[in-house]
Design a protein around this ligand. Sequence first.
Ligand code: CTP
Length: 420
Amino acid sequence: KVTDAAQAKGWNLYLVGGGVRDVLLTDESDPLLLQDIDLVVDGFHRSADDRAGVELAAVIQQMYPDVSISIHGEFQTAALSWHKDPIFSNLLIDIATARTEFYPYPTANPQVEASSIRQDLYRRDFTINALAVRLTPPKRGEFSRKGDLLDFFGGLIDLEARQIRVLHPNSFIEDPTRIYRAVRFAVRLGFTIEPQTEEYIHYAIKSGVYQELRISDRASPALTTRLRAELKYILQANYWKPALKLLAKLNALSCLHQDLVFTKALAWQVTCVSRWMFYIDIPNVQPWLIRLEILIAHLSPFDRLEVAENLQLPKDSLQRLQQLEILETEVAPQLLNSQLPSQIHQLLQIYKPLTLILFAARGDKNIRHILWQYITKLSQVKPLLTGNDLKKLGFKPGKLYKEILDDVLAATLDGKIRDR
Ligand code: CTP
């Protein structure tokens, strides 16, 4: 029905991008359920058709009233979703009008204009993502068949050769987040980055494409957002470790800071925070964010905050990184000198578990041992008396309350008094 609607308007409709790649990579005996479907409408250059994607989405909504549509203004893309439908609630269909992008300067947000499907595919990142399947039948005078695969740039050969290849030398200069995408696809699909493409990555990094990102007032907010999204994608995937190693090999972590070197010690710290997050039950934890924080924590305290702010990390992250400095410089020596559990409790009680996990991963064996004791045992100990008990005993509420309750808690922690 959707193709009929496109055809009635005289438009061509194509399935493009990752969906085509994934269908071609999937074993026929193992059916693939596409969740993100990217469609492109080719509007034949008529200016009246530059909203073809949005118009087609409106036609679909008339046919399926329970679909919700959101339009992404500048790029004239319509996103269709079926939130209310239990079977299709994960399905997302993006319909765009075939377009060409111009980068007014490297790393800028692209400017867009309607164009043909070939140009639309040429603006994409890698050959394996620049394949399309024509869904509408050809018009008179056109040779290709409905269901034809359009492969202008050798995507099929690269899928066979299992390699990631860009379409043109400027790809990474125009959009540095593609360096992260190259790594993500290489690791996720078990592909290699084609040697010439790897050269382009080295060239882009050497030419300082990431410096823009580090200077907050010059980096375009959209670029920072895309970079953060790619970092999130990689750091929350189960392949985060090989992906980080490959990013490090390409020197791509320098996008965060030129001093960020992925040493063995740092790799161990990321593993350590991941394990602690697995064992300690913390509500609403976002493992990718904590992994990113431990990477950033490798930098000097001043640089940590600058990088975190540039990446627009949430306030909680900034607070954890700030507190980490105090923990490492002031609290660590006192912890190592503490004789009693109550002293440890006193030193750590104001910090949240995630901050302590970062501290543990960066600390030595002794610090880690103390923190494990604190998080799993000491922080769970409750005082044997409450404010209500004191009231019943005839104490008047006031400063004394807190002193008594603190003393009772300390005595409980140190085993001087026990619950009967
Ligand atoms: N794309 C691009 N450059 C980018 C981001 C996206 O050229 N920086 C293009 C690619 O053609 C990609 C398509 O937009 O296939 C859709 O992007 P996205 O949904 O991020 O990627 P998928 O290929 O669908 O991958 P995934 O399976 O990870 O969603």
